[in-house]
Design a protein around this ligand. Structure first.
Ligand code: SF4
Length: 935
């Protein structure tokens, strides 16, 4: 048994983990008590990491060999690394020779390590001579980058996690911190507990779980943030709450901004944002007059066609009120991905260069060229994410290298992205998981190492650099991303005109020393820059633990907080007020598309779910794709809870169940960002495959940051008339369930609607649920295939079929040790009304034999009631909503006392704590119910 310190690969909190391993197998994970980001805590995702790295999951989901397709749509065949990289090298060299360097593009990921990023950036800008390198961080943090640079002068979050404890007001905007950054939310809960005077304002169109801790919730209309911030500044000026001394000494540009916000009167803001004027005044007072205001923000500001303006308008408030550069005060962007920060530090994007240099700056280009020993860095701006795929769809980019990301799921406007991937002459996908949608478009698949195997560094939201260490050897033929890129680059150097005296990539391959050598080169590039880390080394990280930048030579620790002296990294040392007028969302609601569609994270899932989607237990909280709507909107359209609806935008349409949620505003809807074609499928009636939630989203982007507006699209929602439905569920052995899911994936597109998701907290076996609907019953052969994959073609399976009526039933029972029989698998085709109770029998492993013929009778009700345990709320201890409600019915007292009672009696929320905000919501709801009953 070995223990290895590393980091969690999911969100930008950057929690430290201790990985337990035995030989080549990861066996456990726990939070690192010494890591300053989390002090031992992990959320539901982090604490289940080891379960996503079992031998069973690895064998069924990982890409373990390089593979090549000789034709699109063909099954890829194994090749050696040598053949794979020779193929890639010759193809890229040919495209560069025939069409110029800008005919190739590299699309990377905020989940790569800093060393991976560094090498890819040098490969594109130093060797190939193109700036066509961008990453999925463009979808995540580029508006935050642009906002910081336009106001404070550098891409540097000025605050740190310790500021949570010193803040007197937390202003949380466009961030469901409770779900997206759970361990930070635990710190916010701690801060509130330690300081009950701490005021928390949440700005979000939805009433999310984050609002449960808020003193004030401003449910603004989607996309109206700039109007809100300008309105707050208008009030601060009117009330005399700004700090003229600070403004005069440390900023410029305030007069122009004052003229802009003059028109943002409380009446106007209340009307545009859809909020109460008194709430606006209360928020302005809290922000400006509290002893220390810390704002926390994320994709609600960033993923917007005016993302930069939103970020900058919020930072304006901090500058105007001097709420910056003090403990507990400042603007603090919460990074979405684990190493979006590291990618920015090495300049791994189309408009950036290493160490926070700008591609548009000739002096910066010359500095980087000198550091690398190449004649120049190309000056032509590179294509950013949306532009890159558009260029590929237009035939201008002919070869794409995609690493550690799944654009066929995560990019907006999937129709264009898929056209790009199909049209591109040569697509390389470097991936750890063979299950992502993008793999289907690859000509060449290169197997990459992943969490628990990788070596290098990452930087979290508070500028803290942590080591990533391998706990187990790289499985199969997988290689570190940087190592494969270096091998490719060294081969390409031999085919392209020489640009340097020796190799640009002198790093030992497949050796941790190579990663350290790359990092050391990056470190040197930061000398004298705002993020100077010349005082840091891997040895220091090993001995003293994670460190924040800047940490220049001569210092022994990094700087926790920036701009305490009021001097900013601008030519005159002053911060700039950014004067931008409010602009509405790119795609306004209208009569044809009357709903706003918002997207966001779920508590227990991560991005495209290539890792979290392997674990049934992480589907306990939200078991399947749904579109949430306000109950009044559903009633007006006669849509029942759970009924299928078609959600259509100007770009595409998907079908999925509707779910009532009064926490949304009227005319608003919400779909989780995670649902790609891997979980949610079907066809549009014309044979066109549906591509998950991003079939709907718009690629309209912010003109400054080029970040697309993933947070808003105008859609219409109407009942989907699909009378024939199917529900199939099965328990399958852990070593076959994910393979069965992959085999079911192509069958999903045979239906107008289909979803396929795992369930169950068991580690020996895993549940799989397949749901579908169509205009009529499909061929028997298709249902036979589904049954076979779910173990329903085995001997002993009970059957019923009525082809004329489109009815089909299959059920397989398994004797248990206690003499009872449990349901192992079932399929209901046609009438699925009995799915609720039969599903409960299977999911909760209840004795099933007494239900006999009812299992096979369409529309049958069970002879005896089948009580469900309910839906899991606390994943760690499998405590359900029904258990919690029943316990709440027995207790009284204040909200905090009821929460304490729940935690003492059921233990829910006492492990990772991710469910505590939901417990608070349930406490509030039960108190409201009790009050209503008393009236
Ligand atoms: Fe990982 Fe959760 Fe920590 Fe984010 S909050 S780094 S997902 S453990």
């Amino acid at each position: 048994m070995r223990e290895t310190k590393s980091t969690c690969p999911y969100c930008g909190v950057g929690c430290g983990v201790i990985i337990e391993s035995a030989g080549a197998q990861i066996t456990g994970v726990r939070g690192d008590p010494a890591h300053p980001a989390n002090f031992g805590r992990l959320c539901t995702k982090g604490s289940t990491l080891h379960l996503s790295a079992t031998a069973e999951v690895t064998l069924q989901t990982r890409l373990l060999q390089p593979m090549r397709r000789t034709a699109r749509g063909a099954t890829p065949a194994n090749v050696s690394w040598n053949d794979a990289l020779d193929t890639a090298t010759h193809k890229f060299a040919q495209v560069i020779r025939d069409h110029g360097p800008d005919a190739v593009g590299l699309y990377l990921s905020g989940q790569l390590l800093t060393e991976d990023y560094y090498v890819f950036n040098k490969l594109a800008k130093g060797l190939i001579g193109t700036n066509n390198i961008d990453t999925n961080s463009r979808l995540c943090m580029s508006s935050a980058v642009a906002g910081y640079k336009k106001t404070l002068g550098a891409d540097a979050p000025p605050a740190c996690y310790e500021d949570f404890d010193a803040a007197q007001c937390l202003f949380i905007v466009g961030s469901n911190t409770a779900w997206a950054h759970p361990v930070l939310f635990r710190r916010i809960e701690d801060a509130k507990r330690a300081n009950p005077a701490l005021k928390i304002v949440v700005v979000d169109p939805r009433r999310t779980d984050t609002c449960e801790i808020a003193d004030l919730h401003l449910a603004i209309q989607p996309g109206t943030d700039v109007m809100l911030f300008h309105g707050l500044l208008h009030l601060m000026l009117w009330e005399g709450w700004t700090q003229p001394g600070y403004i005069a000494a440390h900023t410029h540009g305030f007069e122009a901004l004052k003229r802009t916000v003059r028109d943002c009167t409380p009446e106007c803001v209340a009307q545009v944002c859809g909020i109460d004027r008194n709430d606006l005044l209360a928020a302005a007072r809290l922000f400006a007059t509290s002893a220390a205001t810390l704002s926390l923000y994320c994709q609600g500001l960033n993923q917007s066609s005016s993302g930069t303006a939103k970020n900058a308008a919020l930072i304006n408030l901090h500058l105007a009120t001097a709420q910056i550069g003090r403990p507990g005060a400042g603007p603090f962007s919460l990074t979405g991905q684990p190493n979006a920060m590291g990618g920015r530090e090495v300049g791994g994007m189309a408009n950036l260069l290493g160490a926070h240099r700008d591609l548009a700056n000739p002096a910066h280009r010359a500095e980087v060229a000198a550091l690398w020993g190449v004649p120049d860095i190309p000056s032509v701006p590179g294509r950013t994410a949306v532009e890159m795929f558009q260029a590929a769809a237009d035939g201008e980019i002919r070869a794409l290298w995609i690493a550690c990301t799944n654009p066929a799921q995560s990019m907006p406007d999937q129709a264009t992205v898929r056209r790009a991937l199909e049209r591109c002459e040569f697509v390389v996908v470097q991936e750890a998981f063979a299950t992502t949608a993008t793999c289907a478009f690859a000509d060449l698949l290169l197997p990459a190492t992943t969490w628990g195997e990788k070596v290098g560094t990452v930087t979290n939201s508070e500028r803290r650099i942590s080591r990533v260490r391998p706990a187990v050897p790289a499985p199969g033929a997988t290689r570190h991303d940087w190592s494969a890129a270096v091998d490719f680059a060294q081969r390409l150097e031999a085919l392209l005109p020489r640009r340097s005296a020796g190799t640009l990539f002198p790093y030992p391959l497949d050796n941790p020393a190579g990663a350290e050598a790359i990092w050391n080169e990056h470190r040197e590039s930061t000398r004298g820059r705002d993020l100077d880390i010349t005082g840091l080394s891997w040895a220091m990280l090993d001995e003293s633990g994670p460190q924040q930048w800047p940490l220049p030579e001569g210092l022994s620790t990094g700087r926790a907080r920036l701009y305490e002296d009021g001097v900013f990294p601008t030519p005159d040392g002053r911060a700039h007020f950014f004067d931008a007028a409010y602009k509405p969302v790119a795609e306004a609601r209208d009569a044809r598309f009357p709903f706003s569609l918002n997207t966001g994270r779920l508590r227990d899932q991560w991005h495209g779910m290539s890792r979290t989607g392997t674990l049934g237990r992480l589907f306990g909280h939200v078991p399947e794709p749904v579109v949430q709507m306000h109950p009044q909107d559903m009633a007006r359209r006669r849509i029942g809870d759970g009924e299928l609806v078609q959600v259509a935008s100007r770009r595409g349409a998907i079908v999925l169940p509707a779910q009532a949620n009064a926490d949304l505003g009227l005319s608003q809807s919400f779909i989780a960002m995670h649902w790609g074609e891997e979980a949610l499928g079907g066809h549009d009636g014309n044979g066109q495959r549906l591509a998950g939630v991003n079939a709907l989203s718009t690629s309209a982007f912010c003109p400054d940051s080029k970040q697309p507006e993933l947070k808003h699209a105008a859609v219409r929602i109407a009942k989907a008339e699909l009378p024939w439905s199917l529900l199939a569920m099965a328990w399958l052995p852990a070593d076959t369930v994910l393979s069965a899911r992959r085999a079911l994936a192509p069958l999903m597109e045979k239906f107008r609607f289909a979803s396929c998701v795992p369930f169950g907290a068991d580690t020996q076996r895993c549940g799989l649920q397949f749901r579908a609907a169509d205009e009529r019953a499909p061929d028997d052969a298709l249902l036979d295939r589904i049954e076979a994959l779910l173990g329903l073609q085995a001997a002993g399976t009970l059957r019923y079929a009525d082809r004329q009526r489109g009815q089909r039933r299959a059920a397989r029972l398994q004797p248990r040790a206690d003499g009872s029989a449990g349901l192992e698998a079932f399929l209901l085709g046609g009438d699925t009304r009995a799915g609720a109770w039969i599903g409960t029998l299977l999911r909760e492993d209840l004795p099933a034999q007494q239900h006999g013929r009812a299992l096979l009778s369409p529309g049958a009700t069970p002879p005896t009631a089948v009580p469900s345990r309910g839906q899991p709320v606390c994943n760690c201890l499998n405590v359900t909503d029904l258990a919690i409600r029943s316990e709440l019915a027995r207790c009284s007292g204040s909200a905090e006392e009821r929460l304490d009672h729940l935690q003492a009696s059921l233990k829910c929320g006492t492990q990772c704590g991710s469910c505590v905000p939901e417990l608070r919501r349930m406490v509030r709801a039960s108190a409201a119910e009790a009050a209503t009953q008393l009236q």
